[in-house]
Each structure stands twice: as C-alpha cells, then as structure tokens.
Design a protein around this ligand. Structure first.
Ligand code: ATR
Length: 290
C-alpha cells in the first residue's frame, strides 16, 4: 500500500527515540501491526541527542505513544509523570503513553518474554528457572519468573554482586525464592530447569561465543531461550541443539513487546490468534531483510 493512500489529517503518530536507530526493526514492526489491526497511525524512528528535550517536544506536539531504546531506557524515567510497577521493578522504561499530566512509563519486555513462552505452551509456575546474566535484560526475566510463580529462580552471573543487586531490587516488587551464584552453581542444581540466556556474549554479527563453558547443564534443561535475535542463532543455541533441545531466540520477544506497546497506546487488546499471525508475518519479514 502506498503511504499517500492512508496518511491523512487523522493519522496518529508514534515514535521511537534512541541513538542509533537506523537499523531498528520497530518501524516495520509497528506499522505492520497498525495496518493489520486497522488503526490509522504511523510510526517513525528518531535519533535523539537529548532525551529530556525530546520528551518535552513530543509532549508539546501531542504525540500519543513513544518507544524508548538504548541508551535512554533509564534516563527517560526522570522525565515522566509516573511509572508502572513492572517498569519500576525492572528499572527501565521502553514505552511512554501520553496522559494529561505528562508521559506515563511502562516496560513491555516482560510481556514480550511471557508471550514468547506462553505461545509455546511454556509456563514458569512451580518451575526451576535459571537466568544467565545480570545486566538490564536479566531484570525483566527475573521479574517475569517471580511474577509467574517459579519455584526457584537462579541468577547466574560472572560477577555475583550484580546478580545480588538484581535480586534485591526485584524482590522489592515481587516475591519468590532467588538464588544468586556464578556459573559453577549450575553443577549443583539437581532438578529440571528452564534456562533463559540474557548476557550480551553471543550478540552481534560474526560473534560465535557462549557464556557457558560447560554445556553439561543442558542435560537437565527442558526449555532454552536466548533473548538475542542478532544473530538468530547463537553459539549457546547451537550447543543447546546438540543436546536435542529446540532453542527459542529473542525475535518473538522483540515482536511481542512491540505489540504490548501498541496495545497500551491504543487502549486495546489484540486477540491471541492475530498476535500469532502477526508474529509469523514479522518473523518472515525479519528473516528476508537479513
Ligand atoms: P544489558 O544491560 O544490555 O543487559 P550489561 O549490563 O552490559 O548489558 O550486561 C551484560 C551481561 O553480559 C552481564 O551479565 C555480563 O556479566 P558481568 O556482569 O559479569 O560483566 C554478561 N557478560 C558479558 N560478557 C561476558 C562474558 N564474556 N562471559 C560471561 N558473561 C558476560
């Protein structure tokens, strides 16, 4: 469809603020969602140098919804009129919604992660969940694990103090048993696990590295997800495959977190069948674009 056919005086504008944004998949993602569900809106990516000024300017323009990405997901928090509980627990905001008091902040990563698992029939309730890494992305995984009622959540990181810090901050918002440790702790777990890899180790073109030196842990792993989507297959995913697992990459999480932002901005819920259809369409767009 030509852009001139559908942009008119009633078109709502949504935006992504980040730096850099040139390679972002979000415009394709958001414009495809809008077209599929029939909302008259357009989404563009904006390279921002000063997030405070950008938020102020967008508010003056009446922009109804904004995504925020690297490097502003924390910094943007001081420019908002309020922040939802999950985003506070994660300590980062990726979605702003216009209100008459200013922008209200959300974090939709947890929704993206939840749906990536749920659409495959995977639930964390009463399970032993192992999260590799203790950076920004790990916080969403820890918050999801606790909010879903996992039996035990392990946070495994090279630097154990960072795992401890996540445990302390997420436990202010959610309850559950959390054990922190380094990679050696994996040997001592004597039950079946669901593993979510959140480190940056396998990320980037031409990178073939894994944070996991001893892959024996895959013998007790029932589900393995890597939140990385570039590349679509990481070394640790290939290692998981060699133990007969069918690893999940981070592309679904990216797609579903975008749908959650869209739902927040438009006060609507996209039904699950449409969500899964959209996911299939967007995965093939993404794969063709590479
Ligand atoms: P983000 O906020 O994007 O998640 P980050 O805060 O830089 O990124 O965190 C990166 C994560 O990858 C951390 O858990 C980091 O471990 P440390 O806290 O010990 O640094 C992890 N990481 C990076 N390189 C690693 C490596 N070579 N082996 C194991 N973990 C690594």
């Amino acid at each position: 469809m030509d852009i001139a056919d559908h942009i008119n005086g009633k078109t709502k504008t949504f935006m992504l603020f980040g730096n850099p944004v040139e390679h972002s998949f979000s415009p394709v993602l958001q414009n495809t969602i809008a077209k599929t569900v029939g909302i008259n809106s357009v989404y563009t990516a904006v390279k921002v140098d000063d997030i405070g000024e950008a938020v102020k300017g967008a508010y003056a323009l009446g922009i109804k919804g904004i995504n925020v990405t690297v490097p502003y997901k924390q910094e943007v928090m001081k420019h908002l009129c309020g922040i939802d509980k999950t985003a506070q627990a994660i300590g980062a905001v990726n979605t702003l919604k216009y209100t008459d008091k200013g922008y209200y902040g959300y974090n939709t990563d947890i929704f993206g992660l939840r749906l990536s698992l749920k659409t495959r029939g995977i639930y964390l309730k009463n399970k032993t969940v192992v999260i590799l890494g203790a950076g920004g992305a790990a916080k969403a995984a820890v918050a999801l694990s606790l909010s879903e009622g996992a039996k035990i959540t392990y946070i495994i990181n090279r630097t154990v103090e960072k795992a401890q810090a996540i445990k302390e901050s997420v436990l202010k918002y959610f309850e559950g048993e959390v054990i922190c440790g380094d990679y050696d702790v994996l040997d001592s777990i004597d039950r079946e696990i669901i593993m979510i890899q959140t480190t940056s180790v396998g990320m980037g073109e031409g990178v073939w590295e894994s944070p996991l030196k001893n892959t024996e842990v895959f013998k007790k792993t029932r589900v393995f997800m890597d939140i990385v989507y570039n590349p679509l297959k990481t070394k640790i995913m290939a290692d998981a495959e060699s133990y007969g697992l069918v690893p999940i990459n981070g592309l679904d999480m990216l797609i579903y977190q975008g749908m959650a932002s869209f739902e927040i901005w438009n006060d609507m819920e996209i039904d699950i069948v449409t969500k899964v259809d959209l996911r299939d369409m967007l995965v093939s767009f993404y794969e063709r674009g590479r």
